[in-house]
Ligand binder design. Structure first.
Ligand SMILES: Nc1nc2c(c(CN[C@H]3C=C[C@H](O)[C@@H]3O)cn2[C@@H]2O[C@H](COP(=O)(O)O)[C@@H](O)[C@H]2O)c(=O)[nH]1
Length: 339
């Protein structure tokens, strides 16, 4: 089997052959109109200014933080919405993805060098359980997998990149695509691939968000000045499909919706799981295209930066802020290390 299709081509192929998930083109246009006012204000600097747990710096340590966090950036959803893992940091309880960031910052404050490859390459399961411990009775999911990934990833970073993700970034020669390929080639836990209708496809969600967070922590400057950042697609997680359905840009068949409302699990790689993820990526590509058209029509001359990364970030934050309103729309439950 040859190399997989790129995430964008994989998304197009899935959307063209999907049966249980549909991109609603009228919904795409409405979503773009709804997002247009906010889109004019999107800036790469918001990754820091809007999120207090993200690193302030743009140095090697900040890159080490991003690499560690994105190596563990998966599967935070709780079996029951009313009892979930939470990590208190600076007096605030954080849940989901933010619980991971809070636990990393808590460890660093306690003098545990959790972002150093020489540490996490040999960290023990007991130490990992303690570092990522929840302040509720519900632990963070997939703790054993997180431990295995820390050891595997740390060892590879030491062997191939001198223990520094900055070295990996510098090998990419300011190309987002080259950095993504370096990541999936060298780090097995990032190989988010599948088979669909006889073709090998790839969504590379964690590799793409790692490239995006690298671009963001470096504020699009120096080693992070990727001239092809616009070629990175949205990150196919379990939150974005939920908000795309909520906005009416994505539609599920009655059969699939019934399954999700019952809370049935989908296996990573299942046909319906691939359709949800692939159609979500394609849907965001189309919303991005429509936003660019609308800005063109408006003759918007302010230096607006519209790409799928900033659109994804905004939709993800929007989903977090509108959790209550979105309660009626189910997210798909898949337990895996890829998203
Ligand atoms: N598509 C997309 N998926 C994202 C993120 C983020 C956070 N990204 C950084 C970028 C902006 C902020 O500044 C953050 O620093 C996490 N996730 C995914 O969501 C899920 C966790 O959800 P919940 O259980 O509700 O916390 C899980 O699969 C996680 O991998 C994103 O931005 N886009």
């Amino acid at each position: 089997m040859g190399p997989p299709l790129s995430p964008r081509e994989s998304a197009r192929f899935v959307a063209e052959n999907s049966r249980d998930v549909l991109v609603d083109h009228e919904g795409v246009r409405r979503a773009a109109e709804l997002l247009l006012p906010a889109a004019a204000a999107w800036r790469v600097e918001q990754w820091k200014s809007l999120h207090e747990l993200n690193p302030r710096g743009a140095d090697e340590a900040a890159l080490g933080w991003v690499f560690l966090v994105d190596s563990l950036n998966f599967s935070f959803w709780a079996e029951r919405e009313d009892s979930k893992c939470a990590v208190r940091y600076g007096g605030t309880p954080y849940t989901g993805y933010w619980a991971l960031c809070a636990a990393v910052n808590r460890a660093l404050d306690q003098g545990i060098p959790i972002t150093s490859a020489s540490y996490y390459a040999t960290v023990s399961l007991e130490q990992v359980r303690d570092i990522f411990r929840s302040d509720t009775a519900v632990p963070m999911p997939l703790m054993e997998e997180r431990h295995r990934i820390l050891n595997e990833t740390g060892k590879i970073l030491l062997e191939k990149f001198g223990g520094s993700f900055l070295n990996c970034v510098q090998k990419s020669g300011r190309s987002a695509q080259k950095l993504m390929q370096l990541i999936v080639k060298n780090f097995p836990s990032y190989r988010d691939e599948a088979e669909f209708e006889g073709k090998r496809i790839a969504f590379y969600k964690r590799a793409q968000i790692l490239v995006a967070d690298t671009w963001s922590v470096l504020e699009g400057k120096g080693d992070g000045c990727f001239e092809d950042i616009s070629s990175i697609t949205m990150f196919a997680d379990y939150r974005l499909p939920q908000i795309l359905v909520y906005l009416g840009a994505l539609k599920y068949s009655d059969e699939l919706l019934k399954k999700l409302l019952k809370g049935e699990m989908l296996l990573n790689g299942d046909k319906q799981e691939v359709e949800i993820r692939g159609c979500s990526i394609w849907c965001v590509e189309l919303i991005r295209d429509r936003l660019l058209e609308l800005l063109e029509e408006k003759g918007e001359n302010s230096p607006v930066e519209i790409n799928s990364v900033l659109l994804d970030y905004h939709l993800w934050d929007y989903a977090r802020e509108h959790r209550e309103d979105m309660k009626g729309v189910p997210f798909h439950r898949t337990r895996c290390i890829y998203y």
